[in-house]
Ligand binder design. Structure first.
Ligand SMILES: C[S@@+](CC[C@H](N)C(=O)[O-])C[C@H]1O[C@@H](n2cnc3c(N)ncnc32)[C@H](O)[C@@H]1O
Length: 215
């Protein structure tokens, strides 16, 4: 990772002489910003001014971990070069971190930096304007609007579990459509996917509210 070349606009400065004058004082603090800086951290020149230093980001992550238990995803809407996103992803409190950033160079740095910290797999990256995304992204809308909805367990669904229904239908039906509760556990549905079988989930919305999911 440290050996890969940064794309245009992303830098890993190793010597004061190559650092633009207006960010030299930030570069001097590079190990407070990212303790693993020398492993090849990438930054845009803008990112130095606004990045959250690692100890502060860790503290913020610790504070946010007091969020209600049912919240399993944290969304960083201004991810920058990844200071906070990485700290959230390093915290065992969160199953998933969604990182939104509109500057393509900054998000390239953040992805790379998350790999250095070994947490890239836990992060869903979205390049774009967070306000647009929050307005339009059905998935995020669903997650954000209903943070306290508990996940509906399809295995214990009454009077028939997903397994009972699926197994009975699969004997004669190559394609199955089920109209399911909107909070259905997507991980349970994903188990029915394979290399030659796609599982499509559609959220039906009425007047802006997600109603149901369909497998
Ligand atoms: C202060 S920096 C965030 C630093 C970040 N917390 C970190 O620790 O690296 C603010 C970032 O928000 C991004 N940004 C500003 N407006 C945005 C928007 N509407 N949607 C997405 N990203 C945005 C900027 O490109 C910038 O990278």
């Amino acid at each position: 990772m440290a050996d890969s070349l940064p794309p245009d606009g992303c830098h890993h400065y190793t010597d004061l002489g190559e650092v633009p004058w207006d960010i030299q004082k930030y570069w001097q603090q590079r190990y407070s910003i990212f303790s693993r800086y020398d492993e090849g951290i990438w930054m845009t020149d803008d990112a130095w001014f606004g990045i959250t230093p690692e100890p502060v980001a860790n503290k913020i992550a610790e504070h946010l971990s007091r969020a209600p238990e049912e919240a399993t995803t944290v969304i960083d809407v201004f991810a920058g070069a990844g200071g906070n996103t990485i700290a959230f992803a390093r915290s065992p409190r969160w199953e998933k971190v969604v990182a939104i950033e509109r500057d393509p160079r900054a998000i390239a740095c953040a992805k790379h930096n998350a790999e250095i910290y070994g947490v890239a797999d836990k992060i869903q990256w979205i390049a774009g304007d967070c306000f647009e995304i929050l307005r339009n992204e059905t998935y995020l809308f669903f997650e954000l609007k209903r943070p306290s909805d508990s996940i509906f367990n399809l295995s214990t669904m009454q009077p028939y579990s997903i397994v009972e229904i699926y197994d009975a239908l699969a004997v004669i039906c190559p394609d199955i459509a089920l109209y399911l509760p909107r909070t259905s556990d997507l991980r349970q549905l994903a188990k029915y996917a394979s290399a030659d079988r796609k599982v499509e989930v559609i959220h039906y919305c009425m007047e802006g509210a997600s109603k149901h999911a369909q497998l």
